[in-house]
Write a protein that binds this ligand. Structure first.
Ligand code: PEP
Ligand code: MN
Length: 372
């Protein structure tokens, strides 16, 4: 059960003390608090666990400071919507708001290679008004002899460059809990010039111990990739591990499914699940067209499949696009064949804006149809 409190609830008030006293006195129910930073207000939610079936919604709603009570199903207790359309979604991190209403493009290097390439990427992003990027330092590779990423060694200069170019959030995959410690150390050492969104890759979707450790840290949000060979329900349950350990600031990424039905694409593009994930959960939804499509092929209309796939995700309401770029794709150490080039960045952003505009128009049409 979730108790949603009045906005900006005063935690020093008598009525709040009353509520807490009541919860403390209930020996069969445990609770944890979570603040959701929305636009201009903080919404506090209290998650109740234990024998909540014995509690009546009516009774809980009559408690002081409680605005709303949601009875949750067993699956995705914290991240789920439980049939409620108007629950608060998202979070603000390092000054950037992420929700089911916003859209951010994270264009960047699949794998960090040289300071020159990172600088070219970040300065291009700054020039086009972008404040987010992707930079891989730890790369999980199929072949143990392939380049595994520069790891901790590159973090200080990547973070310094991010600060120099006004990048506020870097999506960066971690494959072990020690990587989170290394990231925190490097951020501290460089004076926190940027923020990091910790990425869980598709190969680790059900690495529950990794999920638990990343979920226990509440500083950085998490970009969680769906598993490429499991059901959506299994991936959503895995994402809940992060929230159940304390970190509900999770973005769910669709990145295609390993399935011969997707040939000749690297994976079967699964962006029709954008609205499904938004309906079932409160997570903002990301699409990763680069790893879904896996090439720079284009159709006779001169539009690359990566652009088409992005458009399909964005026009369906995606909240984030994770996309590989590289200043010299032929020499990229990872995933060069699918990388877009620097002179395609402006075009890509304009193409995304066209799809976003179409999505907003579609949403307005639907709202009009519902209210008439
Ligand atoms: C990546 O984003 O670089 C990546 C490895 O993605 P995935 O885990 O989806 O394969
Ligand atoms: Mn990649």
């Amino acid at each position: 059960m979730i108790l949603i409190l009045e906005p900006n609830v005063d935690r020093s008030s008598e009525s709040y003390a009353h509520l807490i006293k009541y919860l403390d006195s209930s020996d069969r129910v445990e609770y944890s608090m979570h603040d959701v930073q929305g636009a201009g207000q903080v919404l506090t939610e209290i998650y109740l666990i234990g024998n909540t079936a014995a509690l009546s919604i009516h009774q809980m709603k009559s408690l002081p400071c409680v605005r709303r009570v949601v009875r949750v199903q067993d699956s995705y207790r914290i991240l789920g919507r439980h049939g409620e359309d108007d629950l608060q979604t998202g979070f603000t991190y390092n000054g950037v708001e992420f929700s089911q209403d916003t859209l951010h493009v994270f264009a960047g290097l699949c794998a960090v290679d040289t300071p020159q390439h990172v600088e070219i990427m970040m300065s291009a992003l700054r020039d086009l008004g972008q404040e987010c990027t992707r930079m891989g330092a730890y790369k999980p590779r199929t072949n143990p002899y392939s380049f595994q990423g520069h790891g901790a060694e590159c973090l200080p200069w990547v973070f310094d460059l991010a600060g120099k170019y006004g990048i506020k959030v870097i999506a960066m995959e971690v494959t072990h809990e020690s990587h989170v410690e290394e990231i925190n150390r490097a951020l501290e050492q460089t004076g926190n010039p940027t923020g990091v969104m910790l990425q869980i890759g598709t190969r680790n979707t059900q690495n529950f111990e990794l999920l638990k450790s990343v979920g226990r840290q509440k500083v950085h949000p998490v970009l969680f990739k769906r598993g490429f060979g499991i059901t959506l329900d299994e991936s959503l349950n895995a994402a809940e591990y992060l929230a159940s350990e304390g970190n509900p600031n999770v973005i769910f990424a669709l990145r295609g499914m390993k399935n011969q039905g997707g040939d000749p694409h690297r994976n079967m593009v699964d962006f029709t699940h954008v609205p499904v994930v938004k309906r079932l959960t409160r997570m903002p939804v990301c699409v990763d067209p680069s790893h879904s499509v896996g090439s720079r092929d284009h159709s006779p209309d001169s539009i690359m499949d990566v652009f088409h796939a992005t458009a399909q995700g964005v026009i369906a309401g995606a909240n984030m696009v994770l996309v590989d770029f590289h200043p010299a794709p032929a020499g990229a150490l990872v995933d060069g064949p699918q990388a877009l080039r620097m002179n395609e960045l402006e075009w890509f952003l304009q193409d995304v804006a066209v799809s976003r505009d179409a999505y907003l128009k579609r949403r307005a049409l639907a709202q009009k149809a519902h209210t008439s």
